[in-house]
Design a protein around this ligand. Structure first.
Ligand SMILES: *Cc1c(COP(=O)(O)O)cnc(C)c1O
Length: 807
């Protein structure tokens, strides 16, 4: 939109902006400015340029009186923002030149920004990609979440074991946010219900304030900007002066400390819920603030609440904000006098729910007594919702059952659409977790396969490949990613492939330099970089990757003069602090690395690297440098995955199972450009029914048996020989995730990878075809699908370029 974009900025003008902020906002002059000052000045100069498109977008949204999308998510895994904003504004080159003209190292300043790590993994990163795409598509939207004081913990290794320390991203001022002290809402907990004139009146026992902090999120080419609104908890009374005057200094600060606890830390558990009262309070805290906020906005425009769903679409990212249903119903009934049935149908027309897990134990459930204690009025409202649902459908599925409040069922019943996040996952949602509700509400479950933003995950993290693509097919691809298909015809052109490989080599050298400087680790850039980075979880099977690595080590030692393809096995990822088995796996990877990396026989052929503290910024360095992408979860367990998409887009073929979006990636890139192995989801279920399947698999595989014996007998833990006896015993005894059953297939497929990699030009061709054929996995396509199938929300920036094959 030409009327919204600012006039072109010269590097001279931009360096003047930076100097002005250095002086006026930071109170420093250039000769005394520290790295922090430069980083803040650069960020503020960029932020200035977001404000106009942001205001303009808000104005257009009010004018259009159309629909706003509200994306409620407990997590936003954002990462750094300087490059993201610069790239979206088209100011990346200008910012770099400006800063360097002031004698500063741009890369160093960019790297000084702490990651905003308000999420655990894929779910939070998805929310961040969606925010980028909502702005790029010009759909009026708010992201709503929690402004945690401490994001995801920092991971350190001590003698190979994971240690956690608190993350402190807010220790320095956060450059991108605007504090909104005037936007705050009371959030109530506990207390009692009283009957007044036949109506239920909630007299809460405790109240905190939710206070807004806004970060503008600007889309591609600065055409539109939405708001990420994060809530911080504050006390209703900051300080108890009477306690202080009595000499009770601790007591005087108690209200503040108590309230602040609610937005203090991100729960580091990324799958199962631990049923903590604080967690329930966090969920209600941000959900209630968000619902109050969107209702206030709607009413301030003179809206009639019966027409709420024409103006409001609320998307629940997993069940964490599922209390949105009863909260909206409560406010419609208690605060606005709406009749119950209309309140429920109105809320349902606004709400939609994205399911992210099939593990029944990971669907949130709250003990009913806890729920009544924290949210007594909502407990009654849920009973009304349940009664309406049972009457409407004749269903036998309850929401409150066996002393528990089931948030999955609540979210489902209160949503007009429920979506899974890959084709396979959505089918399994219909067949397994919500089979009964799917019969009660046919057609409610749909699919929206996840995506990733190509601005962060190609354009800015991989400048070498980006430049080659620009030169080859032009520059219109970043918001129309299917255009990458135009690279296919070049995949048989030797000169193009040579340049594609040169870009990969540049990224591998960049990674090698980074690791050398950071950890003192030296990599051989000619070796295959084989990368598995993601949360550590048994279903993701990092252990199987390590077992294969050890088996390979054995084979090389048996035949040191064989024709081996040199590999660097790169691992990255954190384990939830309370997840004992995941932490054992981390320890074992590090123990194995210590022994194997020191082996003179194999050291030029096999290396294990595990840089600590995997996060978004590390992903941005590792993924462009990867030759091989490890997506090896037990089939049926990974809902979609998005790491898999990032690797393929950056020219790393996958070794993987038929799980999550791997299935669709393989369909797109072609079976010949994907290394498939392992049992299918149906075969996994069948295998688990066979007696002693793990023991039999080990007995049938001498190679695996040997590796397990080495680990069990303490080869990798000489100072504590029994360290991994339990881990190995667990595999042989239950092996719920079928590591033993898929091991041979995985090992053999890895040897096919070896052979394929040795033919350099054929490999590069395969890599280039991966990049060319995964344009469909742009989160722009995903968001266009949600907008069309769930929200009925139009773009306000006019006709888009044709998006072929949208969903
Ligand atoms: C993309 C991403 C994830 C999700 O990875 P999966 O392989 O899909 O589990 C997790 N963490 C970070 C930092 C990411 O960038």
């Amino acid at each position: 939109m030409s009327d919204m974009s600012s006039p072109p900025v010269t590097p001279q003008a931009f360096s003047a902006d930076i100097l002005r902020h250095l002086k006026q906002s930071l109170g420093k002059d250039a000769s005394h400015a520290a790295l922090y000052d430069w980083r803040m000045a650069l960020s503020l100069a960029l932020r200035d340029r977001v404000v106009d498109p942001w205001f303009e977008s808000t104005r257009k949204t009010y004018e259009a009186r159309g629909k706003r999308v509200y994306y409620l998510s407990m997590e936003f895994l954002i990462g750094r923002l300087i490059e993201d904003v610069a790239v979206n504004l088209g100011l990346d080159a200008v910012a770099q030149e400006a800063l360097e003209s002031l004698g500063q190292d741009y890369a160093k300043v960019v790297a000084d920004e702490p990651d905003a790590a308000l999420g655990n993994g894929g779910l939070g990163r998805l929310a961040a990609c969606f925010m980028d795409s909502l702005s790029t598509l010009g759909i009026p939207a708010y992201g709503y979440g929690i402004r945690y004081e401490h994001g995801l913990f920092e991971q350190h290794f001590k003698d190979g074991a994971q240690m956690e320390t608190a993350e402190t991203w807010l220790a320095q001022r956060h450059a991108w946010e605007f504090e909104r002290p005037e936007v705050s809402y009371p959030i109530h907990f506990g207390g009692v219900l009283r009957e007044v004139d036949g109506a239920q009146v909630w007299e809460p026992g405790e109240t905190v304030m939710a206070s807004a902090y806004d970060t503008p999120v600007v889309g591609w080419q600065g055409r539109w900007a939405n708001t990420l609104r994060l809530w911080a908890a504050q006390p209703t009374m900051a300080f108890d002066l009477s306690s202080f005057n009595r000499g009770d200094y601790m007591g005087a600060s108690a209200p503040e400390a108590l309230a602040r606890t609610i937005s203090r830390v991100l729960y580091p558990d990324d799958t199962t819920e631990d049923g903590k009262e604080l967690r329930l309070k966090q969920e209600y805290f941000f959900t209630s603030a968000s619902i109050q906020d969107l209702l206030r906005r709607f009413l301030s425009e003179g809206g009639d609440l019966a027409a709420l769903a024409d103006h409001v679409a609320i998307q629940l990212n997993d069940t964490h904000p599922a209390i949105a249903g009863p909260e909206l119903v409560r406010l419609l009934i208690d605060a606005h006098g709406m009749e119950v049935a209309l309140a429920i149908s109105t809320a349902r027309a606004c709400l939609a729910y994205t399911n992210h897990t099939l593990l029944p134990e990971a669907l949130e459930r709250w003990p009913e007594d806890l729920f009544i204690r924290v949210l007594p009025r909502h407990h009654r409202i849920i009973a009304l919702i349940e009664a309406a649902h049972l009457a409407e459908t004749g269903s036998h599925v309850r929401i409150i059952e066996h002393g528990e409040v089931k948030m999955g069922e609540l979210a489902f019943v209160m949503a007009h659409r429920v979506n899974g996040v890959s084709a396979l996952h959505s089918d399994l949602v219909k067949e397994t977790v919500f089979a009964d509700l799917n019969r009660d509400y046919p057609g409610r479950i749909i699919n929206q396969t996840n995506g990733i933003t190509p601005r962060r995950w190609l354009y800015s993290c991989n400048p070498a490949l980006r430049d080659l693509i620009n030169e080859t097919i032009g520059t219109a691809w970043p918001d129309d990613l299917q255009q990458l298909e135009g690279l296919s015809t070049h995949a048989s052109d030797a000169a193009f492939l040579e340049r594609f490989q040169a870009a990969k080599d540049t990224n591998k050298a960049r990674l090698a330099n980074w690791l050398k400087a950071r950890d003192g680790v030296v990599l051989d850039p000619a070796a295959m970089f084989d990368v598995q980075i993601k949360r550590i979880h048994e279903y993701k099977r990092q252990l199987m990757n390590l077992l294969e690595t050890i088996a390979l080590w054995n084979d090389i030692r048996d035949t040191p003069n064989g024709n081996w393809t040199p590999r660097v096995k790169i691992f990255g990822g954190k384990a939830a602090p309370g997840y004992v088995v995941a932490k054992e796996i981390i320890h074992l990877i590090n123990d194995a690395a210590a022994l194997i990396n020191a082996d003179p026989v194999t050291k030029d052929l096999l290396q294990i690297v595990y840089p600590e503290n995997y996060n978004v910024s590390m992903a941005e360095i590792l993924i462009p440098a990867a030759d091989l992408s490890e997506q090896i979860s037990t089939a049926g367990k990974e809902a979609s995955g998005t790491g898999n998409m990032k690797f393929a887009l950056n020219g790393a073929p996958t070794i993987g199972t038929l799980d999550g979006a791997n299935v669709e990636i393989r369909d797109c890139v072609g079976a010949e450009n994907f290394f498939l192995f392992g049992l299918t989801a149906a075969e996994v279920v069948a295998r688990r029914a066979e007696p002693s399947y793990a023991r039999r698999a080990v007995e049938a595989s001498p190679r695996l048996a040997r590796v397990l014996k080495q680990i069990e007998s303490g080869v990798f833990s000489p100072s504590e020989k029994a360290r991994y006896a339990g881990l190995v015993q667990g595999l042989v005894d239950h092996d719920y995730f079928l590591v033993t059953c898929d091991f041979d297939s995985y090992f053999e497929t890895q040897r096919e990878v070896d052979t394929a990699f040795a033919d350099q030009s054929a490999w590069t061709r395969m890599a280039a075809l991966n990049t060319a054929r995964v344009g469909w996995f742009s989160s722009d396509r995903t968001i266009a699908g949600y907008a069309r199938d769930i929200w009925n929300a139009p773009s306000l920036i006019g006709p888009r370029r044709s998006q072929k094959d949208v969903a």
